[in-house]
Design a protein around this ligand. Sequence first.
Ligand code: E4P
Length: 218
Amino acid sequence: MKFFVDTGDINDIRDLASTGLLDGVTTNPSLIAKSGKQFLPLIKEICDVVSGPVSAEVAATDYDTMIREGRKLAGIAENVCVKVPLTPAGLKVCKELSDEGTQVNVTLCFSAAQAILAAKAGATFISPFVGRLDDIGQDGMQLISDIVTIYGNYPEWNTEVLVASVRHPMHIVDAAMMGAHVVTCPPDVIKKLYSHPLTDKGLAAFVEDWKKTGQSIL
Ligand code: E4P
């Protein structure tokens, strides 16, 4: 399973990249606005830190502008993955950019039917938003299970399931149980994966007992 971080904060990205566990980055217009940075130089900066896919989202919603924006974003670095919305125009752009050899992440997916279309359009990644489905009383993880099953029926489809809108560690664990290819998580959720009270308690006891031995390893 690949781990992407969902943020426009370069400090968080550098921090997580230094763990050696980070496989990529996703951004969206809201995260870019939150970062307060200029979009294009920020994407370049992120691509210099992380060698895996870095999703950069088009801003337009019409085909003509989206395809131009997509090509411009793709030109920033080899590892840019152009993010397009799951609309008829977005999927047309997806097909065209994919045929040109550009990685494409199709975002704002909320149904299995939409995920089928994205695979047909040659998407590199499909991003179903689990947290936002949970927020409206639907089962986000059931959608992941459905898409993983459907994609598994068609080995000729190369689209990876990228679990997005992740809110807590169990989303990640459940995604792994279902065989989703990628999760993209806010930095705080990734940090929560490390935590267990018994780890803290056990380590404190080992440290205390080691002191009693009066020994040193180095
Ligand atoms: C994915 O690529 C999106 O940027 C993101 O996961 C959306 O998450 P949110 O629902 O927490 O805004």
